[in-house]
Design a protein around this ligand. Structure first.
Ligand code: GRF
Length: 192
């Protein structure tokens, strides 16, 4: 699920091509102009646009859930999806084996630092000497779920915000596919 440019979705779709035991079956976006729509086309993947418009959060999520059910989706990777999911929605993906919901997110900071929006900008403006990225399970809070992986980069020599974001994004595109690959491996081995 993505709301924007879709560079992480692209990284996941590229990785997916190398994996035989799982399939990224569907992209969902809430934004009709999102770059991720074109990326889905490149990979011949279905991309369903589910705008919120005047719907309540509950109605919007119900629409999303309907589509997820149709496609028999069992894991969700959030890749720049700009909405907080409700407790009920998250609960629908709860897996008692792992005691987590099967929803994963990537966040551009070393959580718990810089939760929420514009994390790179805030870390850059604070002159953080190092920063990084986190992949975590999703819970009902904002970027508060259990952390799966974190990777950091040295930021003290970086000259501009653009460079800072580029470093971070490169790391995101490296780490998120690894999470997908590992998930596929664990699933293949029958642990999930
Ligand atoms: C990424 O920085 C991701 O960490 C954050 O939103 C941004 C999405 O970028 N959650 P993209 O749409 O994947 O290019």
């Amino acid at each position: 699920m993505a709301s924007g440019r879709g560079s992480n979705a692209l990284a996941l779709l590229e990785e997916n091509q190398k994996l035989s035991h799982i399939d990224v079956a569907l992209i969902i976006t809430d934004k009709p102009q999102a770059g991720v729509i074109e990326i889905a086309k490149l990979f011949s993947k279905d991309c369903i646009i589910i705008e919120k418009k005047d719907a309540t959060k509950e109605q919007h999520e119900r629409e999303i859930q309907k589509v997820l059910d149709q496609y028999e989706i069992d894991w969700i990777f959030l890749a720049g999806y700009m909405r907080i999911l409700s407790k009920d929605f998250i609960q629908n993906f709860y897996d008692a084996n792992i005691q987590q919901s099967r929803i994963i997110n990537i966040h551009p900071s070393l959580l718990p630092h810089y939760r929420g929006l514009n994390a790179y900008e805030r870390a850059y403006n604070d002159h953080s000497p190092f920063t990084g990225i986190s992949v975590h399970f999703v819970d009902a809070g904002m970027d508060t779920g259990k952390i799966l992986v974190q990777e950091m980069f040295e930021a003290s020599k970086i000259q501009s915000l653009e460079e800072f974001k580029d470093m971070g994004l490169k790391l995101e595109h490296k780490v998120y596919p690894i999470v997908l690959r590992n998930l596929a491996k664990i699933q293949k081995e029958g642990h999930l």
